[in-house]
Design a protein around this ligand. Sequence first.
Ligand code: AMP
Ligand code: MG
Length: 476
Amino acid sequence: MFYSRYTPIGEQFAVPAAPTAFKDAELVLFNLSLNTQLGLNWDAATACLYLSGQQPLPNTHSVCLAYSGHQFGQFNPTLGDGRAHLIGSFLTPNGEAIDLQLKGSGATVFSRGGDGLCALGPAVREFVMSRALSSLGVPSTDCLAVLSTGQAVYRQGSLPGAVVARTARSHIRVGSFQYLALQQDEKAMTQLLEMAMKDMGLQLRESREENIFSFFQSVCDAQCDLMLKWLQVGFIHGVMNTDNTLINGETIDYGPCAMMEAFSFNRVFSSIDRQGRYAFGQQPNMASWNCGRLAESLLLLFTEEQPAIERFSGILVNFSERFNEGYQQLWRNKLGLLQTHSDDQALVTELLELMTQHELDYTNTFASLTALKLHKLQEQFPVAAVLKPWLVKWQAMTEQYDDDQVAAMMTRFNPAIIPRNDLVEEVINDYYQQGKSTLLDTWIEALSTPYQYVDYPEKWLKSQSDPNRYQTFCGT
Ligand code: AMP
Ligand code: MG
């Protein structure tokens, strides 16, 4: 059932390495629905044995993957899994290939002086955020479990250590191609490309060059669509380096991420993102920039570079066009504008300006408009007073449509609840203090259906964190 998916590419790419066996490990969080959905159907004891590194998965060799990466624009040739082990891959009941990776599972040849470990807080953050994002309809890696290792991790002080068991449709990153390009390893890159194309459901054609362009086009489309999803829900990734960019367009690496609460395209939470490179509104540009780095790497596979550069550049122009179209449509969807109208964009621009000026909560603003059209929950989601003059114009634009249809459209695009930053911090604190969280037990259930407009506890709907003070840190 399990297999070593990346081993055929070679040991320079998939380096054999066993995770640390944590003998005192305990399951802290276990995603039972994912366990069933993926067809694993493990009981807790089995999950604990495999995911704590105490027992290898049958029929597999655990590996660490090599990759390079542009980190905040600076190229780093040798990154790789410095604190993660890919313990095996498997096929789900519907035939989809899934990787199972442990994070925080000990030092590797790529640790570069790091300890290879993960503290409980960042592990819990990844569990909550990746589950919430998946439920919001954002393509994402998922989290099967969090385990406590029973060992301390030293950061600013001593913290309980943890392992995250992450599932992903693939772990092929832009940085994976950058690494093989640097090694001038044409054979391995071709293998990786073919594997990636198969995973993405792309037909292999006879012309090798056309395969590469169609692959690149798909990566760009997937990244573009991901950016629109992040925009839809107000997600700020915080560390969109090329090593954290999966070519299949799933969100990966939940280190310094956060949800935008008070609206601003300039919003940044990560303490290390001082220039705002990965600010909320910059994310699409950065995704496109990352795709550019992929194109550069793929040039290894061409004998004549110039025509290839021209084709890649054309595809990158399409990225902007696809994004701009999706961008306009997204706001129409969020505002329930069922048909295109010449005044749409002016209405959107005015709203976004008001939201920025008055630091209005992104989720609640759109939820308040949705609640209006649903004719319910208007006390939980009151429309901000400063929007009243704008509201008259929006009402005039939408009254030509059937309210039910408008509401149906808006509820598909405007979540009622999101994993709010202060609540994520509270859950993390609960785990540090008590090893469990009664808040998470109820909240995670609600987060699994975020587009349902039902009566939520007030605490889940209010932002408590100061948008200009709240900071996140890379989860190392
Ligand atoms: P990230 O910013 O989390 O994407 O990590 C960037 C690189 O640093 C990756 O190669 C990680 O494997 C590595 N890394 C992060 N934290 C640690 C750690 N505690 N020990 C060793 N390597 C780490
Ligand atoms: Mg990373």
